[in-house]
Ligand binder design. Structure first.
Ligand code: TXA
Ligand code: MG
Length: 343
């Protein structure tokens, strides 16, 4: 199939835009359409149609036991999908929607069974992006959408990334330019007494605690032997083609590891923050912005991981970041992408 490309960069988008109308019609006809959100690009299909949702799994090569997030274009649409909305979930919605927060609630069965991979809960998200909202409203459907990458690869933050992975496998892509947050939404389970973060993301634990009091992290985030409650968290993810080693230590230690690899005859790529760039010569250096601004790092991390695939390197050596604020999400993604942690 020839994947359609709609360019919506730098224009004010409304539901009446002709590209939005065509994309919405494609969703209604059970096709897959990739679209920008404030976090990463998603690959959307009608969440109420098993046949449409199946096309997402096929295009991505995604394991069928990994449930999809359902996207809505206005807050009250959540009532069409879930059976109950606890008070804490309402508070989180009021505070962070539209925005990078996915809330897991008890499903009412309105979504197709393959969306939830047989679970009795469903993840709901109201994204904060004008193109996403216009598409969701124009289609009139709840839209299931995982990140629009080939399963296992870094999530896409541009339409070009989407086409690199999925061209010919999806109906179309709406290009709304680069996304803003860069890492995916925070996934928070609100089916129990206390909210539990299953995947760290754009909204931090501290931000949520200001609104609802204590919030927990899923134990599997800290302890690898526990089974994660978000099925997707058990898979290898975000990996560039070359192995990625993360060095826990100073820039001097990173330089030592780089020279060791060079002595072994390896072509080395280095992934560090901007202030460390000048410390490295004779290697391919890519930076995600200044280490002091973790949201800048989050914004560029996937683009940099993908960019190494276009370089001739045998190994990538990267630095770590403080696990605070959005740094928790950055380190979660880097640790998943890495093949080795070096002390
Ligand atoms: O920012 C985002 O969340 C992006 C954009 C496109 O919205 N979407 C995204 O979807 O990252 P995906 O499919 O790549 O990741 C969804 C995560 C997976 O780890 C999945 O296992 C988990 O959410 N999840 C979905 N539904 C769940 C449920 N009912 N219970 C537990 N975990 C669930
Ligand atoms: Mg994903």
């Amino acid at each position: 199939m020839d994947t359609k490309y709609w360019d919506l960069q730098n224009i004010q988008v409304t539901e009446n835009n002709s590209a939005i109308q065509q994309a919405a019609e494609a969703i209604q006809h059970k096709h897959t359409v990739a679209f920008p959100t404030e976090t990463v690009y998603g690959l959307g299909a009608d969440a109420t149609s098993e046949e449409a949702v199946d096309k997402i799994f096929k295009a991505k090569g995604r394991p069928s036991d990994n449930p999809l997030i359902v996207h809505i274009g206005e807050q009250k649409q959540v009532e069409q999908i879930v059976s109950q909305i606890p008070e804490k979930a309402v508070k989180l919605m009021d505070a962070f929607w539209p925005g990078p927060l996915t809330i897991i609630l008890k499903s009412n069965g309105a979504c197709a069974e393959n969306v939830t991979a047989g679970l009795d809960s469903v993840g709901v998200r109201f994204p904060d992006h004008p193109v996403a909202i216009a598409l969701l409203k124009a289609s009139g459907k709840p839209v299931a959408a995982p990140s629009a990458n080939q399963s296992g690869r870094p999530s896409p933050t541009t339409a070009e990334h989407v086409l690199d992975d999925l061209s010919g496998k999806i109906y179309g892509v709406l290009d709304g330019g680069p996304t803003g947050v860069g890492v995916e939404s925070t996934v928070v389970d609100c089916t129990g007494d206390l909210p539990v973060i299953l995947r760290p993301g754009g909204v931090t634990k501290e931000e949520m605690e200001q609104v609802v009091g204590p919030v927990l992290f899923d134990v599997a985030l800290k302890n690898n032997s526990e089974k994660p409650k978000a099925p997707g968290m058990k898979y290898t993810h975000y990996a560039p083609n070359a192995p990625l080693w993360l060095v826990e230590g100073s820039v001097e230690r990173i330089k030592e590891v780089v020279s060791l690899m060079q002595q072994e005859g390896k072509r080395v790529g280095v992934m560090v923050s901007e202030e460390n760039r000048d410390q490295f010569q004779d290697v391919v250096v890519k930076t995600c912005g200044h280490g002091s601004d973790l949201s800048e790092v989050a914004k560029h991390i996937y683009d940099v991981l993908r960019a190494f695939n276009k370089e001739d390197v045998d190994i990538i050596i990267g630095q770590t970041y403080p696990k605070e604020g959005v740094g928790v999400a950055v380190m979660n993604r880097l640790e998943k992408a890495a093949t080795k942690m070096v002390k």
